[in-house]
Ligand binder design. Structure first.
Ligand code: GLP
Length: 234
């Protein structure tokens, strides 16, 4: 694992942007895997303000809440539209279909999409419990796209984006751990002291499904981009 630590989240986002920019300029970015959450917002802002052109690039997105339409402001589809796609149109963008209640059909279809679009670079955040995408602790390392019941800690952490905690969806569709590990390169961004314990377990702990991100120790091209607070327990 390569670890980059910068004093601030802003400086760290700039380092993450350098990686995206470099690959894009070398035309090595045909498929970009994207994450939601507050952490990649600085990176997305830098991309929006850049001269990068994604019109020949496909995005595949990590996860989506079950039951929310793409036009719902709380959906991850809407989030990506607002923070990136509206300013930087991609050739095409894929999400698991959050409104299809047939989980088997959704996961089968998204696995097909991922098989057809091998990821050149996957951007990840991390949950306070070490989750990546919505792969909560205990998820099998062999998992592909699947339907998940979110843990109480994730629901609580995500409640800040909703007016009322009761509105936070309890279920999601997510790329699995195996889907993420299939990406050619991965950058994981983590900012703030709330992430310090998860970052420590990811880097220094045993590789265990209890800490989903710990599997990244076994990937051949992973870069962790941290601010000082997130790196404080390394
Ligand atoms: C959600 C997303 C993850 C993201 C995590 C952390 O659970 N599914 O992809 O990494 O939130 O969010 P934040 O960056 O806001 O801390």
């Amino acid at each position: 694992m390569k670890i980059i630590t910068e004093k601030t989240a802003q400086a760290a986002s700039a380092r993450a942007f350098d990686i995206v920019n470099g690959l894009s300029k070398q035309e090595q970015l045909k498929v970009l895997g994207l994450a939601t959450g507050s952490t990649p917002l600085g990176l997305y802002k830098l991309i929006r303000e850049s001269d990068l052109d994604f019109s020949q690039c496909t995005s595949v997105n990590l996860d989506e809440y079950v039951g929310l339409k793409s036009t719902d402001p709380q959906s991850y589809h809407y989030f990506m539209q607002k923070h990136l796609f509206s300013a930087k149109p991609f050739k095409e963008s894929f999400f698991p279909d959050g409104v299809n209640p047939d989980a088997a059909a959704v996961t089968r279809e998204y696995d097909r999409v991922l098989a057809q679009h091998p990821i050149d670079l996957q951007v990840l955040g991390i949950g306070q419990n070490g989750h990546i995408g919505f792969n909560e602790p205990g998820t099998s390392f062999d998992s592909h796209t699947h339907h998940v019941a979110l843990t109480e800690s994730t629901i609580k952490a995500n409640a800040r984006f909703f007016d009322n905690p009761d509105q936070v969806p309890r279920y999601a569709y997510t790329m699995g751990i195996a889907s993420i590990m299939a990406a050619k390169r991965i950058i994981l961004l983590a900012f703030g002291k709330e992430k310090a314990a998860a970052v420590r377990q990811t880097v220094k702990g045993p590789v265990t499904p209890t800490v989903p991100a710990s599997i990244l120790q076994r990937h051949s091209d992973v870069t962790l981009v941290l601010d000082k607070a997130a790196a404080s327990r390394l």
